[in-house]
Design a protein. Structure first.
Length: 296
């Protein structure tokens, strides 16, 4: 899901589960991205918080059974988290349960600074489906890139959701079985193919929170908050990084994977991460304006 900013709709300090960039390297000179300086990484959220992840809006809860929990209780809730590092091609696997609730959207998103994006999205009114999507360089001129896949009881059953991302193709897997493959050449000859270093974003939001009519219809309708709470769970997340590095630098403004420079240093992250703070809440300051999907 690609998002744009919305201001003046509600309190400007509020934010939705959003994807945006603070500096687009295809438009101006930006700083380097902090890299995942190892080939394999795993975080077990049943062990508590991790220093490698930060809340960008709202709060999250951790416990030994469900791991990381994002809960929506009211219209202004949109708990969102992102990795503090980027990786450059590889795989991402999340063990997750989607949130129930009409109009509620759960997300696992890979996104780069120039708005390349690869998505898993679950709609709360469709418990047996998950949507896949991608964007290249923030191009939202059409919305024909998505697909809908079948998954049994996504809200109550743990499933393994994997994205295999290479310079030639991207494949989405559910419980180890491939459900969709995107070839580089099929994304406008590669122009719209996601190919720059990504960070991982997790979260849930309601289309009722400032969404356009088209967004609300896509999400299944308005959310009845009298039925809250609506909770998404992520038990663990693992990454294989094809190009480990301490940082990634855009060599020019093309947004091509061929322009990315990988800076090497000693590994700075443990392979298994999770600080033991079970049942604790993570409180953060609100740092951005409301963001809503721009679908139509």
């Amino acid at each position: 899901m690609h998002f744009n900013h919305l201001t003046g709709f509600l309190l400007p300090a509020l934010v939705s589960a959003q994807t945006f960039t603070s500096c687009d390297p295809t438009k101006k000179t930006c700083g380097s991205d902090v890299g995942l300086n190892q080939a394999k990484y795993n975080v077990d959220f049943t062990k508590g918080t991790s220093k490698d992840w930060k809340m960008t809006y709202g709060t999250a809860k951790y416990d030994r059974t469900n791991g990381l929990s994002f809960t929506i209780n009211k219209i202004t809730d949109a708990p969102t988290m992102q990795s503090e590092f980027y990786f450059f091609f590889g795989t991402v696997t999340a063990i997750a349960k989607a949130s129930p609730g009409t109009g509620i959207v759960s997300c696992v998103i890979l996104e780069s600074d120039d708005l390349d994006e690869i998505d898993w999205e679950w709609l709360g009114g469709q418990p047996n489906q998950v949507q896949t999507n991608y964007f290249g360089k923030g191009n939202t001129t059409s919305y024909d890139r998505g697909s809908t896949e079948t998954v049994q009881d996504a809200q109550n059953t743990w499933h393994n959701y994997t994205i295999q991302w290479t310079s030639a193709f991207t494949t989405w897997y559910i419980d180890g079985a491939p459900v969709r493959t995107l070839q580089y050449a099929d994304a406008v000859g590669g122009a719209n193919y996601p190919q720059t270093p990504m960070r991982v974003k997790l979260g849930t939001w309601s289309a009722s929170t400032g969404g356009s009519q088209g967004t609300i219809e896509w999400a299944g309708g308005q959310t009845n908050f009298a039925q809250a709470p609506f909770t998404m769970h992520v038990k663990s997340l693992s990454i294989t990084n094809s190009n480990p590095g301490s940082s990634y630098v855009y060599g020019d403004r093309t947004g091509s994977f061929k322009s990315i420079k990988v800076q090497k240093k000693l590994a700075n992250l443990p392979e298994n991460v999770g600080d033991d703070h079970s049942n604790s809440y993570v409180d953060v300051f609100i740092k951005a304006f409301m963001g809503v999907p721009d679908l139509f």
